[in-house]
Design a protein around this ligand. Sequence first.
Ligand code: GMT
Length: 377
Amino acid sequence: MSQTLKIGITCYPTLGGSGVVATELGKLLAEKGHEVHFISHSVPFRLGAFQKNIYYHEVEVNDYYVFRYPPYDLSLATKMAHVAKREKLDILHVHYAVPHAVCAFLAKQMVGDDLKVVTTLHGTDITVLAQDESLKDLIRLAINESDAVTSVSEDLMRETREVLEISRDIDLTYNFVDKRIYYPREIDSLRSDFAEPNEKILMHISNFRPVKRVADVVEIFSMVSKEVPARLLFVGEGPELPKIQCKIKQLGLEDRVHFLGKQDQIAQVISMADVLLLPSEKESFGLVALEAMACGVPTIGSEAGGIPELVSHGKTGFLAPIGDTRAMADYAIKLLKDAKLAEQLSEACLVRARTEFSSDRITEEYEQIYYRVLGRQ
Ligand code: GMT
């Protein structure tokens, strides 16, 4: 099927893996000739340079004087409906149930049934928001009324069914990486800014929210650095950062820990690492572990959520129960002391990322879902 479509995409444009996946998907669909319309409050941060077939529609919030809280969700729903009618969209693909799938549901009521809604669940909409009784019915409605629902892992699919007590079909569509961007980069000069040639680099990249268990990263590093000359690089920013900086000071590790802040060129940054640490409490997928995998960097982390579907234990990394920092440190020591094992894992990472999680494959899976809901298969 090569018929091109008109697709509206809504995501959280300013942060997070869900925004990255939605934006990269839109760019890839546009490259394949589909017309892609991003509908959001800001330009998606990974959109980059002007590209053929990509349009951006900004949602402006009406702050009429009676509104105590300007209703962004209503403005978004209205904008979706306007864009869908004017541009004759076939599909609205929304990333996150709240509020995006709810807004798409409203837009569909305004436009008519020819407009099909595809909702992708990314995690915290289910693992956090759907636990809130006051939001449960709304999330269930948005999911049940979507023409197709996709989940980024089997674990998230299971949790969605369990928490929301729903039985509808959900497609498993893993996240992906573009191999033209994510591949092992030449990093010798960058690396020497942080580590001596004999030192290993451990890295953690996140938004430093409590679910990421960043304190575990510090504990793991503290144990590892007693056995292996090593440095720890933190990438990203977030609420736990000050606490973590205190902990590093208490443990006397300041000289060996570096904070790089938010970074755009993640492939270059990750390529410096010998291992990525991801000891999260919750993680529906763990996009950063896939980005690392595609750069040949194994992950050591927790067995939370969808991580075991992504990181193949013993082959592309090592996993331990949530909070078992001793086991994670032991795996890291084993890996960092054994050059042959490290090379084996690194090669397996490249193969797995390029086959199981290739952008070509996953983009096609999404296209098949679009054609299916439109009855054009
Ligand atoms: O992990 C976060 O805090 C950000 C969050 C988001 O909104 O982007 O990430 C979720 O979606 C990503 C893309 O599908 C997944 O890789 C993350 O695992 C997921 N986060 C959680 O489940 C905590």
